[in-house]
Design a protein around this ligand. Structure first.
Ligand SMILES: Cc1cc2nc3c(=O)[nH]c(=O)nc-3n(C[C@H](O)[C@H](O)[C@H](O)COP(=O)(O)OP(=O)(O)OC[C@H]3O[C@@H](n4cnc5c(N)ncnc54)[C@H](O)[C@@H]3O)c2cc1C
Ligand SMILES: Cc1cc2nc3c(=O)[nH]c(=O)nc-3n(C[C@H](O)[C@H](O)[C@H](O)COP(=O)(O)O)c2cc1C
Length: 781
């Protein structure tokens, strides 16, 4: 085959040499516009794992890289006059020039033709090639020539960065943070050869503009950075080798991804590789890894399918299918890490203490969890756990230091024994609003299951406030007594606290139980034993297009519902609940006021967010006044409607601020279910970013909820300060003793079990201990 690689970066060169190794008869040319050894940038890093991968494909190159690389394990943070270091992270740093030299030399040795100082205008310049590799980097001309084919999706990110070098040598991957009168800057620094370190400086656009850096030439920018980091640089200079960049040398990162990676241009097959097809932000330092692994995968497919020209279409199909999955995973992690650096100045630097800031930074990609950190650096993590425990009321003299999940939490007069909440879950099993034996068994079992707080499902202040005829209510004395029996039982037989979620279904009321009839949110049929009842909402808009149209509430309706909420609150206090949550989420009555998707009023209760919040805040204030002063109150909100034009996470911060000002203690951060048009992005802990943002920006305690399914998730969230409590719903349906089980799984044995159950404890713990020992043995550590 005749193959032309346009672009002699890591992707083009590595592919060329591996392909030549696969078949020496292939005629392979790499066309590069620069001179040999003439490149921008300083060092690049990749993980030990990438080098292992290279070793399998070309031991010669890997050996050369290994000779030239700088390996280090530690990450060091310099923040607010503190230096914090943790180990076990395993990176390889190498000069970009050095890496390219190694690849170029190996190409020449194997017989790849290298053509320098040739700027390829287009893939059409090489009509006799069977295959053209478009490895021409982020601004790929080949990709840009036919955007309709490759469908690139390019997002320009808000931060500015400048890629510098220094002769000061750092023996860890070092992060420096400095605050100026306009905001925070950070530097990502690592040594890549015996004499030089890469020094990337980054800040938000706003801060960059405020310092006039848009007007600065490269030399002025360097002087600015030298001054900013003078304390650390201790007289060392910063250097640039990007003098070819006109104007300011500060760039914005561009995230590239493409729907299609290859096509036939009429003469040759063309395939994108490396930065031309996808980029990964330097926050996790993996652009070079992606480029090298693309090259490996394409060669693997030629080896597997066959390396004659008729095999090309199948090879390219397989290449994209296989690579795409890994690339998405890596781009997601890089995206999280990048966002962390974009918002850290506003969200974390001023809010978190250095210890927690370090933890948050280390877990920024959300790929590294609490237990991963333990594997990397046990001593550091245990030190951090001790710090967290001490900060949260565990005396340093305690015999066993609990991980974050098992530290107590106190709000007003209530102390939860740990930070797990059984999230409210509708059971649709009440009769005329009465809870009965079903609820006693259901909630009793969960109270015995180890969670610190058990929340009762959404309970209506009036009969017409129920979601279904099976939902509980608190509008009469008998219902109060039913609940009192329940709370008594929980207080007598467990050390869990029990809370009530109070909410009015509004436009989503009068529906069937989910397992009955047409399914979730479907209206009750009219005229049957459990007949449909009229609905009220902020506006006359049904939840489902074919659903019952609610009546827009009048002021008289508002007064009536407010009185019902207050009366139900008094009953909840009388029934002995420890905690009250006002349900302002999921499209129910109060939520229908908050979201612009459901509130179309033109009076004082519609329009701007302030006005849309007016009625929910009025209800909150009245309920708070009726609820005993010494008991806590949380508010559940939908922090994201997942619909264009709906509530955004930024709005959620404003909503949280408003409830905080009205006296709320905590925001329970759920999302969605406000509009049937929603398009949520589900995934592990997918709503936790909302809890994190609200906690830092609105300065109020938060509950994280949603796809939190392991102790490791809970510990990671709490330890990073992303929330104060974690609510767990569906896992508690499968296992009422979820908390007891998870404690045993992670080897935390200091948790008290209900006395009658104690003989099950050591058996469960021994089983998990065996599993952990087996895993350790398999890992070989
Ligand atoms: C500030 C910064 C820090 C980074 N840090 C890291 C890091 O620590 N670790 C890491 O793994 N990655 C890092 N990267 C990313 C890394 O540099 C790229 O992801 C990687 O080099 C991609 O390799 P590539 O071969 O696809 O593209 P490139 O390395 O960009 O190579 C493309 C080549 O094509 C040539 N070319 C372009 N157009 C033409 C044309 N028309 N004709 C001929 N030649 C052409 C260019 O001159 C260039 O040599 C960083 C990037 C930046 C911006
Ligand atoms: C069966 C069921 C019933 C639910 N009922 C309620 C409810 O009454 N009030 C509420 O705010 N959320 C309710 N939810 C949402 C959960 O509290 C929780 O936010 C959601 O399930 C995400 O958490 P998970 O991933 O741990 O399940 C319910 C969820 C389930 C599965």
């Amino acid at each position: 085959m005749k193959i032309v690689c346009i672009g002699g970066g890591p992707a083009g060169l590595y592919f060329a040499l591996l392909m030549k190794k696969l078949g020496a008869h292939h005629d392979i040319t790499v066309v590069e516009r620069n001179k040999p050894y003439d490149t921008f940038g300083w060092g690049v890093v990749f993980s030990d794992q990438t080098l292992d991968n290279m070793r399998q494909w070309d031991p010669e190159t890997a050996a050369e890289v290994q000779q030239a690389f700088n390996h280090w394990d530690d990450i060091e943070l310099h923040f607010k006059d503190r230096v914090i270091r943790s180990g076990g992270h395993g990176f390889v740093g190498i000069g970009r020039k050095k890496l390219l030299n190694i690849l170029q030399a190996r190409c020449e040795q194997l017989g790849v033709q290298l053509v320098f100082e040739q700027d390829a205008d287009s893939d059409l310049d090489y009509p006799d090639a069977d295959l053209i590799i478009a490895s021409d980097g982020i601004n790929s001309k080949v990709r840009n020539r036919t955007p309709e084919v490759f469908q690139p999706d390019i997002v320009t990110r808000p931060n500015r960065y400048i890629w510098l070098g220094t002769k000061k040598l750092y023996d860890a991957f070092t992060f420096l943070f400095e605050k100026t009168e306009h905001g925070w800057f950070q530097a990502h620094v690592y040594k890549f050869d015996e004499h030089t370190s890469t020094f990337i400086v980054e800040c938000p656009e706003r801060v960059w503009l405020a310092h006039g850096l848009d007007q600065a030439d490269p030399q002025q920018s360097i002087e600015f950075c030298e001054q900013l980091f003078a304390k650390n640089l201790q007289g060392e200079k910063l250097m640039t080798n990007a003098r070819h960049l006109r104007g300011s040398a500060w760039l914005n990162f561009q995230r590239v991804k493409c729907a299609h990676w290859w096509h036939h241009n009429g003469h040759s097959h063309v395939v994108l590789m490396g930065d031309a097809v996808h980029t990964a932000h330097f926050a996790i330092g993996s652009g070079t890894k992606l480029a090298l692994e693309d090259a490996i995968e394409l060669v693997r497919q030629f080896k597997r399918v066959g390396d004659r020209s008729e095999h090309i279409p199948e090879v390219l199909r397989q290449y994209q299918a296989v690579r795409e999955i890994d690339v998405i995973r890596l781009q997601n992690a890089a995206w999280n890490a990048m966002e962390w650096f974009e918002v850290c100045g506003e969200r974390y630097c001023d809010q978190l203490e250095p210890e927690q800031f370090m933890y948050s930074m280390l877990t920024r990609s959300q790929r590294i969890s609490h237990e991963n950190l333990r594997l990397r650096d046990k001593a550091w993590l245990e030190g951090y756990e001790a710090w967290y425990a001490a900060r949260h009321g565990v005396p340093a003299t305690a015999k066993v230091l609990p991980p974050p999940m098992f530290t107590p939490y106190t709000l007003r007069s209530v102390t939860l024994k740990n930070r797990v909440v059984v999230s409210p879950m509708a059971q649709y099993s009440a009769q005329d609003g009465h809870v009965g034996d079903y609820h006693l068994v259901h909630l009793g079992a969960r109270a015995m299951g180890g969670a610190g707080l058990v929340m009762v499902e959404m309970t209506a202040p009036s009969a017409d406030g129920r979601i279904t005829p099976g939902c509980p209510g608190l509008w009469n004395e008998a219902q109060t007594q039913d609940f009192a029996r329940l709370t008594d039982w929980v207080h007598t037989h467990s050390d869990a606290k029990i809370g009530l979620q109070i909410g009015h279904a509004g436009p989503k009321g009068s529906t069937c139980r989910p397992w009955q009839g047409a399914g979730m949110d479907e209206a009750l049929p009219a005229g049957e034993a459990e007949a449909n009842w009229p609905l009220i909402a902020a506006s006359a808009q049904p939840y489902l297009p074919h659903g019952q149209v609610p009546r827009a509430m009048t002021r008289a309706d508002m007064d009536r519902v407010l009185d019902d909420f207050v009366a139900a609150t008094r009953r909840a206090a009388q029934a002995g609940f420890d905690w009250l949550e006002l349900h302002c989420a999921h499209g129910y009555l109060l939520s229908s006021f908050i979201s612009p998707l459901t509130n179309h009023r033109d009076d004082d209760y519609g329009g701007t967010l302030d006005k849309r919040l007016r009625y929910p805040l009025e209800v909150f204030a009245a309920v708070r006044a009726a609820w005993p002063e010494h008991l806590p109150m949380s508010v559940r909100i939908s922090a994201h409607d997942w619909v264009e034009g709906g509530i955004t996470p930024a709005d959620a911060v404003e909503i949280a601020r408003a409830f905080k000002a009205a006296g709320a203690d905590m925001i329970d951060c759920s999302s969605g279910q406000v509009s049937a048009q929603q398009k949520p992005s589900y995934g592990r802990m997918y709503q936790t970013p909302f809890a994190d943002r609200i906690r830092q920006e609105a300065g109020i305690a938060t509950i994280a909820v949603g796809a939190i399914s392991e102790a490791d998730h809970v510990n990671s969230i709490l330890a990073a300060g992303r929330a104060d409590l974690c609510a767990v719903a569906r896992p508690h349906l499968a296992n009422p003793a979820w908390t007891l089980t998870e404690a045993a799984r992670i080897g935390y044995t200091a948790l008290a079990w209900p006395r009658p159950y104690v003989s099950g404890k050591s058996q469960l713990e021994a089983g998990f201990a065996r599993e952990r020992a087996l895993q350790t043995a398999t890992r070989g550590d």
